[in-house]
Write a protein that binds this ligand. Structure first.
Ligand SMILES: Nc1ncnc2c1ncn2[C@@H]1O[C@H](COP(=O)(O)OP(=O)(O)OP(=O)(O)O)[C@@H](O)[C@H]1O
Ligand SMILES: [Mg+2]
Length: 369
């Protein structure tokens, strides 16, 4: 979506960050590995990498963090620096368009510093090539002058730890990926884990919330801490306006119903896609553009905003003949899939959907493969 088309306000359940998120996230970010909820495997492996480097008295291996937005990559990068007791330098792929930009950052690093490069897949090619050498040999060649007279002046760098983050690990060139000593792939969180995230946030925000309400909000958060924290803030607003002190499941549910986020975390657009698919096309298959017209949206919006989560939840299938609503979608809307529709469903629906993913069906969703 081009910036001009971007809706003023991102959907409540989108995983990307909006300005409000960025303003409050710093306060909610866990500061050490023990406070970081979930991601057990990554946490355990990372803690080993950091412990080993502390024992060796050396800076830690370079770390690559990959996974969908809002799952904790930036948070982990900050934790790594804190756990290593090292200063943290933050930059990002889009900010480094020339090799010179990177050279300036690298040459000013101090020993043991942690360099966090967010959206590392968006760095320019020349910068990337400079990074290879810096990561491997702690050295860069600074090119002075132009044309035949140009000379490369080698510059030694102090040992540092690069932490790269990407939502698109598949886009990273092999040579770059190979230079990371450790890669942590972040997974979506379980409802129980999100309850813990919410519990912690509610405490920091001085809210009174009971266990059932945490479960209610967590269930609607699409496996994503950023969304969980955002929904918690909307519930807080609702409780404040309604003069409610202790938030229970009823209040949390009512608040989120008002914002049109349902029990499974589907919002209005998600539901209207499923409703159109089922009521207008008897569950499909129907082509993307026809489906988009039926819900009054651009095909791109349906494909990139609504579909990824519906596919992930197994409610929508992408087949070579078009989009299909699965039995789970009928069920979610309180309907029963008629036997004739069930009989016509391709048996390999999910395989077909996945195959399309692999063949680049939706470039924005490479973590789903
Ligand atoms: N494991 C966790 N425990 C507690 N809170 C978490 C955890 N992971 C993420 N959060 C919360 O979710 C918010 C978003 O996390 P973060 O900014 O690290 O995501 P990200 O993966 O960097 O997203 P993006 O791809 O958009 O940059 C943080 O403010 C933090 O409060
Ligand atoms: Mg981030």
């Amino acid at each position: 979506m081009s910036p001009a088309q971007q809706p003023e306000e991102a959907p409540l359940v989108s995983a990307g960050s909006d300005p409000e998120d960025r303003a409050v996230e710093a306060a909610l970010r866990p500061k050490n590995l023990d406070d970081f909820v979930g991601q057990k495997r990554v946490r355990r492996q990372l803690s080993l990498v950091l412990e080993a480097s502390r024992l060796r008295g050396r800076s830690a291996d370079h770390v690559l963090l990959s996974g969908p937005p809002g799952l904790g990559k930036t948070t982990l990068a900050m934790i790594i620096a804190a756990e290593m007791n090292a200063p943290l330098r933050i930059s990002s792929g889009p900010a480094i368009q020339h090799a010179g930009d990177l050279a300036a950052i690298l040459s000013s690093l101090t020993e043991g510093e942690v360099l966090f490069l967010d959206e590392i897949h968006r760095m320019s090619r020349p910068a990337e090539e400079m990074l290879y050498m810096a990561m491997e040999d702690f050295r860069v060649d600074i090119v002075v002058g132009k044309g035949p007279g140009a000379t490369a002046i080698p510059l030694d760098l102090p040992p540092f730890t690069l932490v790269g983050a990407t939502t698109r690990a598949g886009l990273l060139p092999g040579p770059l990926r190979d230079r990371f000593g450790f890669t942590g792939h972040l997974e979506f969180y379980s409802t129980e884990e999100l309850e813990l995230v919410l519990r912690r946030s509610a405490m920091l925000m001085d809210m009174k919330v009971n266990s059932a309400a945490f479960a209610e909000i967590a269930g609607r958060s699409r496996g994503t801490p950023r969304i969980a924290n955002r929904l918690l803030r909307r519930v807080r607003d609702w409780a404040l306006v309604h003069g409610i002190d202790l938030i229970d499941a009823g209040s949390a549910g009512a608040a989120l119903d008002m914002y049109e986020v349902d029990e499974k975390g589907l919002d209005r657009l998600d539901r209207s896609v499923l409703t159109a698919l089922i009521t207008k096309f008897n569950g499909g298959p129907v082509g993307l553009s026809t489906l988009a017209i039926a819900v009054g949206e651009e095909p791109e919006t349906v494909e990139t905003v609504a579909e990824p989560y519906l596919v992930r939840e197994g409610m929508l299938g992408r087949t070579p003949r078009g989009r299909i609503a699965t039995a789970a979608a009928w069920h979610h809307l309180g309907l029963v899939m008629p036997p004739s529709v069930a009989a016509a469903m391709p048996e390999d629906l999910f395989t077909a959907a996945q195959e399309e993913e692999v063949s680049g069906g939706d470039p924005a969703e490479d973590w789903m493969t």
